[in-house]
Structures are given as structure tokens and as C-alpha cells.
Design a protein around this ligand. Structure first.
Ligand SMILES: Cc1ncc(COP(=O)(O)O)c(C=O)c1O
Length: 380
């Protein structure tokens, strides 16, 4: 019988320790394993860079979350993304969205060219535009939807069809939506990557990443990279994420319902020029987004008309922490121009529509009334 999201998050993968029966998978804090006796299943475990029972349990949980055959845990979202991009070789070309996450942008513009992997950064919200940029040596389309910080939406199903037509792989960064609300592998993507630092762990205390796929050939290559590139996750971090995953459903539900109400509230405020949130009917991407995701997520951005109002707002706001990152139980407010997008020039930012008066809010699970009161007071 098909079970609900929260039941699956608590019981849908091995949650009991095979060896001891412990109700929480223990932290197998060990680098190596005595191999004189046969413990667990044969000699699967011999060295923790290759395989560790705590990390193994997390990888099974990720496979359940993403509904994938294969799942891999990494020491950061960037380690997962780097691993995905190391599947390509000299002479290959990859298409990225113009507003791709800053770390992915630097990886593709500064590091991958050393290995002769070429990249183009284009507006991926338009399928014709993507098709125009496909070249002889193009091997993949990389998607990030919703994008950061303007929550721009790319049509996943359309891109997958286009990729199939040209025999390209599709890789998607699903960090903002999480597999709770958007399941890219079910929509036909080949590889999903995600920063587990954000909603999946959810408590702003771990840096981690995942990669999932249904393709056996890709999985074999990823396993080799995971082992030999070596960006494996620490045992303590894996344990914390296993704990975080159990409440992912209810955390997301509360954060998203806060985000919807806050987006609607901000839309009515005269000091706010524009609210960016894909579940608002005023959002031009609303219909594409609702075809591929079941919620607008917990992140929204909003732009002030002028700098003074934006500064006063930030001085007055009390509840959200002012920080980079997103996806914690606590609300997090950030200023893209000086934080996540500071590595771009002002002209590049403006070209993308990222104004200096734009703020991004990752909604936490605080009481809505308190968040609204805080916003109201800070906007006065
Ligand atoms: C959309 C997105 N992808 C990837 C990353 C990188 O993740 P990590 O910081 O876990 O390496 C981030 C981090 O902010 C992100 O926002």
C-alpha cells in the first residue's frame, strides 16, 4: 500500500540498526573494520572512504526520498555537483542557466576550463533559447529551478524532451524544492544533485550534498569518483542528517505555509516593488512551476523601491538571522548583492535583475503571526 510522505520519512528505508537493533542508526565512528570475522553482510565494510554503515543508511534514505535506484552522499553540495560535472571529459560542452548557483558558476568558469570542459550560461526559462545554444560537442543541460535569488523557473519536462532529442544528459540542482515537492528523476532527469546543508538536514549545523540517479552506468562512475575523488561525508554529519530527514515533511509544510502567507503579505506593502515567489498567481512562471512541483517552496525574494527603506528594514528586523544559506528551521534573510552574488559585478547582477535592494528570505518554522508582526514593524 502506498504510504504518505511523513510515514515514508520515518519508516520507508532501513531505520533500525541491523547489528544491534538500535532505533537510531548508530554513528559508526571508525575509519576501518576488523575483517577476521564476518560482520554485517559479508565484507562490505572494510574502510570508511569506501563504505560506512551510517553513511550507507543515509544513502538508502536519500534513494527513498528521491525515488532513485542509486544515491550518494557527499561532504557538501558542491562536492556532489563537482562529482556530477567530473563525469564529462575534455572537449565536452555543458549548458547552464545564467543564474546558476555561484559555486557552480565558479567551478565551471575557473576550474573546469583547466580540464577543457566548456560551458555556456544562458536563459534556461526559454526552450528555444536552449536549443539555439546546443552545439556538436554539447553533452548536458544543467538545470536549477527555481533559480537563486529570483526564483525563475525552467520547464523541466520541456528540457528533458529537448535533451533526449539531442542525446544529452540532464542534471538538476533540486536544492530549493527538495524531493518533497519536486521529483526530477520522475520527470525524466538523469541526475539530481542537492545541497543537504539546506532543507534536508534543516538545522543549519551540517554542510553536505547528495547525488541520485536511476542510470546504472552513471552510478558506477559516480561510485568510483566518490571513492577516489574522496569528498565523502563524515559519520557525525551523516547521523545528524538521518535525524533531520525524519522531520523534513513537517518542517517543509510549516516553512512553505509561512512562505505563502509572507509572500502575499509583502505583495500588499507599498514599500515593496516586487515579490518573487513561484506560487503567487502574479508570478509569470506560476503555470510552468505548478506543472512540475507541488509547492512554491520556502524561499522568496522581495525588492524595495529604494536603498534607505531596505537598510532601515534590515536594521529593524528581529526574528530572521541575517546570513548566507537557507533551509534552516530558523528564518534566514540574506542580501544577494553582498552575499551569494557578491562575486559578480554590479553590471552582471543588474543584467540578471538582481538589484541592490533585493532581499531573499528563507522561511523557517516560527509562528506565522510573529514573523508577520516582525515584518510589519520593520516596514513601518
Ligand atoms: C542552489 C544551491 N546549490 C548548491 C549549493 C552548494 O551547497 P553547499 O554549500 O552544501 O556546498 C548551494 C549553497 O548555497 C545552493 O544554494
Amino acid at each position: 500500500m502506498k504510504k504518505g510522505v511523513n510515514t515514508n520519512l520515518l519508516h520507508g528505508y532501513p531505520v533500525i540498526d541491523n547489528y544491534t537493533g538500535a532505533a537510531s542508526i548508530p554513528k559508526y565512528q571508525t575509519s576501518t573494520f576488523d575483517q577476521k570475522e564476518i560482520y554485517f553482510d559479508s565484507k562490505k565494510y572494510c574502510y570508511s572512504r569506501f563504505c560506512n554503515p551510517t553513511i550507507d543508511a543515509l544513502q538508502k534514505a536519500i534513494a527513498k526520498l528521491e525515488n532513485s535506484e542509486y544515491a550518494f552522499a557527499f561532504s557538501s553540495g558542491m562536492a556532489a555537483i563537482t562529482t556530477a560535472l567530473l563525469l564529462f571529459e575534455a572537449g565536452d560542452h555543458i549548458i547552464f542557466p545564467k543564474e546558476v548557483y555561484g559555486g557552480t558558476y565558479q567551478l565551471s568558469t575557473v576550474i573546469l576550463p583547466k580540464y577543457k570542459i566548456e560551458s555556456s550560461f544562458i536563459d534556461c526559462s526559454c526552450l528555444n533559447n536552449i536549443e539555439k545554444h546546443i552545439k556538436e560537442n554539447t553533452k548536458a543541460i544543467y538545470i536549477e529551478t527555481p533559480s537563486n535569488p529570483l526564483l525563475k523557473i525552467s520547464d523541466i519536462i520541456g528540457i528533458v524532451e529537448l535533451a533526449k532529442k539531442y542525446n544529452l544528459l540532464t542534471i538538476i540542482d533540486n536544492t530549493f524544492m527538495t524531493p518533497i515537492y519536486q521529483k526530477p528523476l520522475e520527470l525524466g532527469c538523469d541526475i539530481v544533485v542537492e545541497s543537504m546543508t539546506k532543507f534536508i538536514n534543516g538545522h543549519s549545523d551540517v554542510v553536505a550534498g547528495l547525488l541520485a540517479t536511476n542510470n546504472e552506468k552513471i552510478a558506477k562512475e559516480v561510485a568510483l569518483l566518490q571513492k577516489n575523488f574522496g569528498a565523502i561525508m563524515g559519520v557525525e554529519d551523516a547521523w545528524l542528517i538521518l535525524r533531520g530527514i525524519k522531520t523534513l515533511g513537517i518542517r517543509m509544510e510549516k516553512s512553505v505555509s509561512n512562505a505563502i502567507e509572507i509572500a502575499k503579505f509583502l505583495e500588499t506593502k507599498e514599500k515593496i516593488k516586487k515579490v518573487y515567489y513561484p506560487e503567487l498567481e502574479s508570478c509569470k512562471y506560476y503555470s510552468v512551476h505548478s506543472k512540475q512541483a507541488t509547492s512554491g517552496g520556502a524561499v522568496l525574494s522581495f525588492e524595495f523601491y529604494n536603498e534607505e527603506d531596505r537598510k532601515l528594514f534590515l536594521e529593524r528586523i528581529e526574528i530572521p538571522i541575517y546570513a548566507v544559506s537557507l533551509g534552516g528551521v530558523e528564518s534566514i534573510i540574506s542580501h544577494p548583492a553582498t552575499m551569494s552574488h557578491a562575486c559578480m559585478s554590479k553590471e552582471e547582477r543588474e543584467e540578471q535583475g538582481i538589484s541592490d535592494n533585493l532581499l531573499r528570505l528563507s522561511c523557517g518554522i516560527e509562528d506565522l503571526e510573529d514573523l508577520i508582526n516582525d515584518l510589519e514593524n520593520s516596514l513601518k
